[in-house]
Structures are given as structure tokens and as C-alpha cells.
Design a protein around this ligand. Structure first.
Ligand code: FES
Length: 104
């Protein structure tokens, strides 16, 4: 199982546990776990409504793509730890990480 933590926009932290052999993005897992992530573009790195800030484990992720960086640049509250959850593939490397939901 892969376990990581999510902090919602109210500051509540919950552990999410998912099987390793799942072919989903973090955005899809957040939506399936009933987090309020709009994901209006469906995971195409075009809407930035899946904005998360990596609170722990940023070094485990590869760098963002140019398309992801371009979208993050449009966000007033982006930081160097900001990522688009739709561009993060679920894998065992996410274990122990922590993500904070951003946006509205
Ligand atoms: S779902 Fe639109 S940018 Fe991630």
C-alpha cells in the first residue's frame, strides 16, 4: 500500500492509503476520496484547479514539465513547492509524502 497525507483547505490532515498497482494521478485519487478538487480540464494541465503544495517529500518528484510550470506561473498563490496534482502519477515513491490542497 502507498500511504501519504493530505491537508485540506481547512487545515485538517488525513492519511490516504491506496494500492500500489493503481494507474491514476494524484488528482484522480483526491477526487475519488471526495476532496473538493474541480479538475475542470480533466487532467490536461490546463486549468490549475488541482493545485497542491508539497509539504513533505518534494525531492521524490521529478521536475514539473514546461506545461505544468506555465500553468503554475498563472497562480497568485503558487510557491516553489507547488504542483498540479493531475501531473503526479501515483507510485510507491509517494509514500510518506504530504500534500496541501491549494486554491478555493
Ligand atoms: S486537472 Fe486541470 S490542471 Fe490539473
Amino acid at each position: 500500500m502507498i500511504k501519504f497525507e493530505i491537508e485540506d483547505r481547512q487545515g485538517n490532515i488525513q492519511e490516504v492509503e491506496i494500492p500500489e498497482d493503481i494507474n491514476l494521478s494524484l488528482m484522480e485519487v483526491l477526487k475519488a476520496s471526495d476532496y473538493p478538487v474541480l479538475a475542470t480540464c480533466g487532467g490536461m494541465a490546463l486549468c490549475a484547479t488541482c493545485h497542491v503544495e508539497v509539504q513533505r517529500g518534494l525531492e521524490k518528484l521529478g521536475g514539473p514539465s514546461d506545461a505544468e510550470l506555465d500553468m503554475l506561473d498563472t497562480l497568485p498563490d503558487a510557491s516553489s513547492a507547488s504542483r498540479l496534482a493531475c501531473q503526479i502519477k501515483i507510485g510507491s515513491h509517494l509514500s510518506g509524502m504530504m500534500f496541501k490542497l491549494k486554491g478555493e
